[in-house]
Design a protein around this ligand. Structure first.
Ligand SMILES: Cc1cc2nc3c(=O)[nH]c(=O)nc-3n(C[C@H](O)[C@H](O)[C@H](O)COP(=O)(O)O)c2cc1C
Length: 151
């Protein structure tokens, strides 16, 4: 059975709520799933994850949320192929009225790829009404995981 880790980066809770809903949905579909804030996982545990879903908002002027910055910086310092055993997909929350729309999610997507991880499904960048796009993204990811028998 695929074990999914859902990590959220948030300032005001939207990504957290969404990540928890996605985790519940994953469990209802028969996956093992756990959900953590990005500041609630050690780099050792992060490097042991095999299937990762990231839900991350953008804050400030295209910046990582407070609870995401430290993990982002630590992962940035890993060697280039350090995450070659990881499969991932990113759901980015943002607001198109900002110049750097969904920049934090874009940065995670680029960073994980640069560290050798495999993108399971393309990143989805969501505007303020994110529910439908988020559900479409997670449905797609779960379908892929279910059909590929990822362990
Ligand atoms: C002060 C502030 C700064 C923001 N900066 C950006 C930004 O630079 N780019 C973007 O796409 N969205 C930006 N947003 C929108 C948030 O990413 C969006 O509201 C998101 O749903 C918040 O999710 P969260 O509650 O998980 O933090 C900003 C929102 C606020 C209130």
């Amino acid at each position: 059975m695929t074990a999914i880790t859902v990590l959220f980066g948030t300032e005001t809770g939207n990504s957290e709520l969404l990540a928890e809903e996605i985790t519940d949905d994953a469990k209802a579909r028969g996956f093992q799933a756990v959900c953590h804030g990005m500041d609630e996982i050690s780099i050792e545990d992060f490097q042991a994850v095999e299937t990762l879903l990231i839900v991350c908002s953008t804050w400030g002027d295209g910046e990582q949320p407070d609870n995401a910055q430290d993990l982002y910086d630590t992962v940035s310092e890993l060697e280039d192929a350090a995450l070659s055993g990881l499969s991932f997909s990113v759901l980015a929350l943002g607001d198109t009225s900002f110049d750097l729309f969904c920049e934090a999610g874009i940065q995670w997507d680029d960073l994980l790829e640069s560290k050798g991880a495999t993108r399971l499904a393309d990143r989805v960048d969501c505007d303020v009404m994110y529910e439908d796009e988020a559900a479409e993204w997670s449905d797609g990811v779960f379908d892929l995981l279910g059909s590929s028998q990822v362990q």
